[in-house]
Design a protein around this ligand. Structure first.
Ligand SMILES: [Zn+2]
Length: 86
């Protein structure tokens, strides 16, 4: 299973998107004797991403779907936090 990622071509955003999804799910409603509901075993029957827009610049038409690992490397990698020195 590949992870879907998005990238805004307008501003380079990789991390903040407004996503509209239609999703039909089947779930197991598990009630306790006291009537408290726990929802278990959610199964996605249908899922469709309808709209993805950039949270930064609000551009809905410039967002590309990219495969994990196939990201354009224009954004510099996040530096790893270095241990604090005394
Ligand atoms: Zn953007």
């Amino acid at each position: 299973m590949t992870t879907v990622r998005y990238q805004c071509r307008a501003c380079g955003n990789l991390t903040r998107f407004d996503v509209v999804i239609s999703r039909r799910t089947k779930v197991f409603y598990h009630y306790s004797v006291g009537g408290e509901l726990t929802i278990e075993d959610e199964e996605i029957l249908f899922e469709e991403v309808e709209e993805v827009s950039c949270r930064w610049c609000g551009n809905g038409g410039m967002v590309d779907q990219v495969e994990e690992g196939g990201l354009a490397s224009s954004a510099p990698p996040v530096p790893e936090p270095s241990p604090e020195r005394a």
